[in-house]
Design a protein around this ligand. Structure first.
Ligand SMILES: C[S@@+](CC[C@H](N)C(=O)[O-])C[C@H]1O[C@@H](n2cnc3c(N)ncnc32)[C@H](O)[C@@H]1O
Length: 314
């Protein structure tokens, strides 16, 4: 197994995708390649995987680590919001399985050049794809207090959002907040409560999560990626999504519910006029969570929630 990032709920992911020899699968978030490796093993001898990641370093690492699979593994550095174009261009226009393992990898969290972790430190960049968009430090330097507070509230559900936003704007009159250490210290200073309480740590977690989601437009990308995934799945193909916080899980849950329902006509409409048929059905309980044994072995798994569905013929 890859040192550095332990794949989460691997047995459940493989059990649900059930990759067969000869099948085509897409891992939309290849990361350290842990899930991809297990999918390729399960789909031996000739199943193929298209692995995407927005992060160039992830693609380079996996290309080297999983080189033994030869042309059974196709890698593309791409955002999964572009799946509808990227997958057919790579020869994966109709697939049997699709995995999204959301958020960031332990490699990214540990990288001191990228500022993802308040314990790791480093310049506040936080982009999965450093060639696009703006770094987190720029948002902190340019948004006004209202915009910052809205961002921390919306993407971090942070109760002290306004207080933290005002402190950032006040601090930057002297010097902009440029590093993860500076931001963590500022949040620590202005969050309510005793500095020694765990609550403090949670405030930094929420603020860092909010910035990361905003910098990478993660929720918009997820909506676009899920929509493309259903279009790409063959009837009987499986969609598996691992999410790590309530904002992304809510999107996945609502998306699956809407695709199970099909019809989008208002409830008071006497007959269906939209003509939309259900395109997904559930294959597991509505959601699965990791076992206690897995959480003990890999604390990062503790917030994981797996949702899965199967494509119908419609
Ligand atoms: C939790 S890790 C995946 C770990 C992987 N399943 C494994 O077993 O090693 C999430 C990965 O998704 C990538 N990512 C996040 N959002 C993305 C997006 N919109 N498009 C492409 N990759 C994305 C991140 O760069 C990160 O490498």
């Amino acid at each position: 197994m890859e040192e550095g990032h332990l794949p989460v709920m691997t047995d459940e992911v493989i059990g649900t995708l059930a990759p067969q020899p000869g099948s085509l699968q897409i891992d939309a978030t290849v990361g350290g390649g842990g899930h991809t490796e297990r999918i390729l093993e399960a789909a031996s001898p000739d199943g193929r995987v298209l692995g995407l990641d927005a992060d160039e370093a992830a693609i380079a690492r996996v290309a080297q680590r999983l080189a033994r699979f030869g042309d059974r593994l196709v890698l593309r550095r791409a955002n999964f919001r572009e799946l509808a174009a990227v997958a057919p261009a790579a020869g994966f226009a109709a697939v049997d399985g699709m995995l999204f393992d959301l958020g960031l990898s332990s490699f990214q969290l540990a990288d001191r050049e990228r500022g993802f972790g308040f314990r790791t430190g480093g310049p506040l960049d936080m982009r999965f794809d450093a060639s696009r968009g703006v770094p987190a430090s720029e948002l902190l330097a340019t948004l006004d207090a209202d915009e910052l507070a809205a961002l921390f509230r919306r993407y971090g559900e942070e109760p002290a959002a306004w207080r933290i936003a005002r402190a950032i704007v006040a601090a930057r009159a002297t010097a902009p907040v440029r590093t993860a250490e500076e931001l963590a210290a500022l949040v620590e200073r202005v969050s309510p409560g005793n500095p020694r309480l765990r609550r403090r740590i949670h405030a930094a977690t929420r603020v860092f999560q909010a910035l990361r989601i905003a910098v990478n437009e993660e929720l918009d990308a997820l909506e676009a990626g899920l929509a493309a995934a259903v279009d790409l799945l063959r009837p009987g193909g499986r969609l598996v999504v691992l999410s790590y916080h309530s904002l992304e899980d809510r999107i996945v849950k609502r998306f699956i519910a809407a695709e199970r329902r099909g019809c989008t006509c208002p409830p008071e409409a006497p007959v269906c006029v939209c003509g939309r048929a259900p395109r997904l059905r559930l294959v597991t309980r509505p959601s699965l969570t990791p076992s206690d044994t897995e959480i003990d072995a890999n604390p990062r798994a503790r917030s994981a929630r797996l949702r899965a569905a199967e494509r119908l013929a419609a």
